[in-house]
Design a protein around this ligand. Structure first.
Ligand SMILES: [Fe+2]
Length: 222
């Protein structure tokens, strides 16, 4: 004869906390507006076109920093050249004197520019596109003891659908590119991919997150 086994779950008789941890009212979803302050997503600028970041001034309507204003456009791609949508792109470059807007940059001969923003972030659109306006960075003396001048470059950190990539964009036609150890560590065949190309008044630079043609990972943040 089949035994009639009680199917009750065994529970602790009373841990004296269960009641206080159990909601006394029905749960309701938090409205999206109330969730916003907890999300890591940066505010996006709705200027039309690809997501746009302007580092050339502190805020819209404020004076533009000294130097040459440049626009950089590009796409974030995966190993199969598919766009990486909604990738978080953080960007920073030094000003036209070769100094970063960062407390750790103590370059004695390079002044800060009070109108230069110098760093920021955006998220790519559904086609993985981004658009950056900034001031063309100067080269700077990275190591005075060995006379090492870094060529003009822009730092990018991208967090998309995989591990974070940190890399640098170089400028076409810069003689310092050929003397820079950080640039020269890139295999010769891949070096052209690290250099933006002029295209219709803007610089075009695509970033490949993974795979055989991955943009070179540069964890030296100088
Ligand atoms: Fe740098």
């Amino acid at each position: 004869m089949k035994q009639d086994v009680p199917r009750r779950l065994a529970v602790v008789v009373n841990d004296r906390e269960s009641e206080t941890r159990t909601p006394s009212r029905p749960l309701r979803p938090i409205p999206p507006a109330a969730r916003d302050p907890f999300s890591a997503q940066p505010p996006l600028m709705e200027w039309g076109g690809p997501p746009h970041l302007d580092l050339s001034r502190i805020a819209p309507g404020r004076p533009v920093a000294q130097g040459e204003v440049i626009d950089v456009v590009g796409q974030i791609l995966d190993e199969d050249a598919r766009p990486v949508a909604q990738a978080l792109v953080e960007i920073w470059n030094c000003n036209s004197f070769g100094r970063y807007s960062h407390v750790a940059d103590h370059s004695p001969d390079a002044p800060l520019d009070p109108h230069f923003r110098g760093f920021g972030r955006l998220m790519t659109d559904a086609d993985g596109r981004y658009r950056l306006r900034t001031i063309r960075p100067a080269g700077y003396l990275a190591r005075a003891d060995i006379g090492w001048w870094r060529p003009p470059h822009i730092h990018f950190s991208i967090l998309g659908n995989g591990p974070r990539l940190v890399t640098q964009m170089y400028f076409p036609g810069e003689p310092l590119n050929e003397k820079d150890p950080i640039h020269l560590i890139i295999p010769p065949g891949e070096r052209p991919r690290a250099i933006a190309r002029s295209e219709g008044g803007v610089l075009r630079w695509d970033i490949v997150m993974r795979g055989r043609h991955q943009s070179h990972f540069e964890d030296d943040h100088d």
